[in-house]
Write a protein that binds this ligand. Structure first.
Ligand code: F6P
Length: 488
């Protein structure tokens, strides 16, 4: 790791994210910690040579002080510091402002008509809770902060955090990174508190996005809504240049490679091969979220079967839909719609021998997931918008022997990096996705080999560790080269 040399022996990286890498779960009288899901955790697992501390919400409401102490002690062993948010704040901040307002807006689904979403109240209450939660995160960071530390804030949950931190420690190195898309400024400008949020983020020293387009949209929002000047490096805000840059995340490819060598995983691979012996398998692995385009995926598969009746016993769509935010009515509605559509397709095209769609509302353990990635013929990613989509990377990492085909939505950040080795589709164009399924199933071995080589090189050479190190090094260096800038 380059980090110890660059940051010095005493520096720590304080990772601030809404969700900690472990979630506290009540178990009788005691509390247990279970791993949280999400790309950030695995991305940062590879960071070595420097002390990493996490600050975040433990994922449960813990009103009792004694319980809080128990959880705090358990988290200490995981290098995590909890921010305990009460239920009301979680309803208004997390479910409300984050998931009801920012999430759909950033994924091009606009703003809700009435601002109500589960227990979320009006916009004002949600915004106040958002500020309050960001302030609480800031207090916790400040309580452990030492001068040599680098503070790295993550995601749309914490857009006000840089401002709160800098108010207390103006010299603190603060970075902010967005894991979702940042939408076109024409969409972003609909947000009622659009300017305040931008200004709060601009207190950071470095602002990072997964793609160049997201960075460009953010710069446009700053120039059009705040009247800021843009430069090659970023924008000028309150007399200094705030750096804005694209840092595409990666995965730890070797983790998948090693998993595939384990006897237990090999057994699973053999088992799945036997199970699907007569059929081609198309795989979907997504959080059960509207941004993933699951309805569009099933419609496209239905169309493919309509047009290729002879394939109905020869192909299966295996969809792993990992439950997420399942207490929210919009997500429940989506689940019902998808289930209904899956039932329709299975009813229409199922036979006494086979069922065309094998749909699971479950998350799978890592070994099983690796085995599935390895044995399947096609991966189908139909996100309507997606910050990056690391499922596409994970699929490539496990396809060294099979060299399956990736069908990838043009609206996933990953399309920018894997575009030359995948069939790129517009998920709204059902007919085109159906045709792409057919093309993928019939692609020549030579072409699959060529595409896989391209993808594998990229996925294995741009690791999660590189991503984290590049960002942290850049953040560390901000301020030094801030004077001589070229105006665009
Ligand atoms: O895509 C950004 C992201 O923060 C993911 O890292 C995470 O899986 C998701 O959004 C938020 O999920 P949750 O609301 O369950 O924390």
């Amino acid at each position: 790791s380059r980090l110890p040399d660059i940051l010095g022996p005493d520096a720590r990286i304080l990772i601030v994210a809404n969700r900690l890498p472990v979630t506290a779960k009540h178990n009788g009288d005691d509390w247990e910690l279970a791993p949280s899901s999400g790309g950030l955790v695995s991305a940062l697992q590879g960071v070595t040579g420097v002390e990493l501390m996490w600050i975040g919400w433990p994922g449960a409401s813990v009103p009792d002080k004694q319980d809080q102490t128990i959880i705090t002690d358990k988290l200490k062993a995981e290098r995590c510091i909890p921010v305990f948010l009460d239920e009301e704040v979680v309803d208004q901040y997390y479910t409300g402002y984050c998931n009801n307002i920012l999430w759909p807006l950033f994924h091009y689904m606009g703003l809700p008509q009435d601002y109500k979403f589960k227990k979320a109240k009006d916009f004002k209450s949600q915004l106040e809770a958002y500020e309050k939660a960001n302030q609480m995160f800031s207090n916790t960071v400040c309580s452990i902060y030492k001068e040599e530390d680098i503070v790295w804030c993550h995601d749309y949950h914490l857009m006000m955090l840089p401002m709160f931190l800098k108010k207390i420690h103006s010299n603190m190195k603060v970075g902010w990174f967005l894991h979702t898309p940042f939408p076109s400024s024409e969409l972003y400008r609909a947000l009622p508190n659009r300017r305040d949020l931008l200004k709060a983020v601009l207190e950071s020293d470095l602002i990072g996005f997964h793609t160049y387009d997201y960075a460009r949209h953010f710069v446009s929002a700053c120039t059009s809504l705040l009247g800021l000047e843009s430069y090659l490096e970023g924008v000028k805000f309150e007399g200094r240049i705030v750096k804005i840059e694209a840092f595409p995340i990666g995965i730890d490819c070797s983790k998948f490679k090693h998993a595939l060598e384990l006897p237990g995983v090999q057994e699973k691979i053999d088992e799945f091969r036997r199970l699907f012996a007569e059929r081609k398998v198309m795989l979907g692995v997504d959080r059960f979220d509207m941004i993933k385009g699951l309805l569009q995926k099933v419609l496209a598969f239905e169309k493919f079967l309509e047009e290729n009746m002879h394939m109905k016993e020869k192909v299966v769509l295996l969809q792993i839909a990992v439950p997420t935010r399942s207490e929210v009515p919009e997500y429940q509605k989506l689940a019902s719609q998808v289930h209904e559509l899956v039932a329709r397709v299975n009813g229409r095209f199922g036979t006494l021998k086979t069922t065309p769609i094998h749909h699971l509302d479950q998350s799978l353990d890592f070994d099983t997931l690796c085995a599935l990635y390895a044995v399947t013929d096609v991966a189908l990613v139909t996100s309507l918008r997606d910050g990056m989509n690391l499922v596409s990377y994970e699929y490539v990492a496990c396809q060294e022997s099979k060299k399956g085909v990736l069908i990838l939505s043009e609206f996933a950040g990953a399309a920018q990096s894997l575009g030359a080795g995948a069939i790129i589709v517009n998920p709204w164009n059902v007919a085109d996705v159906a045709k792409s399924i057919n093309d993928a199933l019939h692609m020549s071995a030579d072409k699959r080999e060529e595409w896989h080589r391209h993808n594998y090189k990229l996925v294995s050479e741009h690791s999660a560790q590189d991503w984290a190190e590049d960002y942290v090094c850049e953040l560390h260096n901000t301020g030094t080269a801030n004077k001589t800038l070229l105006q665009i």
